[in-house]
Design a protein around this ligand. Structure first.
Ligand code: TYM
Length: 335
């Protein structure tokens, strides 16, 4: 608890252009929950370097993600929004937790398997170890709730296992966090291959919509979205392309399956796709407008980054000090 409020922690890697998958799966929930929780929203640049990054681009993207957080409606005065590498406690706890995590557990992580087979050469130890750093992120802040998309669920589960193991050894040090996912859109799929997750690191630009795509681009990408040879707009896993577009539509318009299916009962796919495009454009417009305003305000952003890294460090260091004591490190004057 901070200020009598339960705690949220979540983060996004600054490793590409944020997509509507990131927005629908994660950020939208953050915005909805921000008044009921004390929230920490992190730009996880230390996670981003688990695959090769161009330094200048990474630096630029880290600031851009922070701007997108604010532009999406997250209040920088209320929430603690910061860059992971500016709070050293993440790396420190990450190392300690490595020594309480088993190789067998990490070997089960499906995201690592997917990412490492895609890369297939020179996979780093960091990529393998990334869920432990994520556990450190979450556990440092005594987090109650972790709002994420479905692909991160397994990482929250391993976080719970590590925390429980540690607590059983040393008394109740960590709060056990829970994952929180949207009802629709926890896994937005690629527009070009609806059996594959939409990803900001996909080589095919037509497979995703970024938060900063202009209306013409959004329309074009949605018009090209792969569907099926049928004509009916129905929410079923037998029609993955249509289901995915409905997920996007329902999330952008806050409607239910019944409402959406009724709306498109006698529509062809062309008209349906246009409506989905309109809904996405309408959702992203205010975010894009605010983002552009923030572009001109570098000092404001620097101030937020500095203040929030200090606030985050203060909370994180409290947990870290307890952990160090428990594992037997010499701290200050302690005997
Ligand atoms: P990342 O950067 O891949 O994605 C950020 C968030 O967006 C969600 N997401 C999606 N949701 C629905 N459909 C999609 N196609 C889609 N693509 C991405 C992700 O589930 C995630 O919630 N390891 C994390 C970042 C992280 C983190 C943390 C998250 C580091 N430490 C601590 C929560 C708590 C990652 O790589 O997310």
């Amino acid at each position: 608890m901070i200020n009598d409020k339960k705690i949220i922690f979540s983060g996004i890697q600054p490793s590409g252009n944020l997509t509507i998958g990131n927005y629908i799966g994660a950020i939208k929930n953050w915005v909805e929950l921000q008044n009921d929780y004390q929230s920490l929203f992190c730009v996880v640049d230390m996670h981003a370097i688990t695959v090769k990054q161009e330094p200048a681009t990474l630096r630029k993207k880290s600031r851009e993600v922070l701007k997108l957080y604010i532009a999406s409606g997250l209040d920088p005065e209320k929430n603690i929004m910061f860059i992971q590498s500016q709070v050293p406690a993440h790396a420190e706890l990450g190392w300690i937790l490595n020594c309480y995590t088993y190789m067998g557990e990490m070997n089960r992580m499906t995201q690592f398997k997917e990412k490492s087979t895609k890369q297939n050469i020179n996979t780093t130890v960091g990529l393998f170890d990334y869920p432990v750093l994520m556990a450190a992120d979450i556990l440092l802040y005594q987090t109650d709730l972790v709002p994420i998309g479905e692909d991160q669920k397994q990482h929250v589960e391993i976080t719970r296992d590590i925390a429980e193991r540690f607590n059983n050894l040393y008394s109740e040090i960590f709060t056990i966090p829970e994952a929180y996912m949207p009802k629709f859109g926890a896994r937005i799929m690629s527009l070009q291959d609806p059996t594959k997750k939409m990803s900001k690191s996909d080589d095919d630009e037509n497979s995703y919509i970024t938060l900063l795509d202009d209306p013409a681009k959004i329309e074009r990408k949605l018009k090209r979205a792969v569907t099926d040879s049928d004509t009916e707009v129905r929410y079923t896993k037998e029609k993955p392309g249509i289901k995915n577009l409905l997920d996007i539509y329902m999330s952008c318009t806050n409607t239910t399956v019944t409402q959406a299916e009724n709306r498109f009962k006698n529509c062809g796919y062309g008209e349906f796709k246009q409506e989905v495009a309109d809904a996405v454009i309408h959702t992203l417009k205010p975010i894009q407008d605010r983002f552009r305003e923030l572009d001109n305000d570098k000092d404001y952003l620097d101030r937020i980054l500095k203040q929030n890294a200090e606030r985050a460090s203060e909370i994180a260091n409290r947990t870290l000090a307890k952990v160090k004591k428990k594992v037997g490190f010499v701290i200050g004057e302690n005997k």
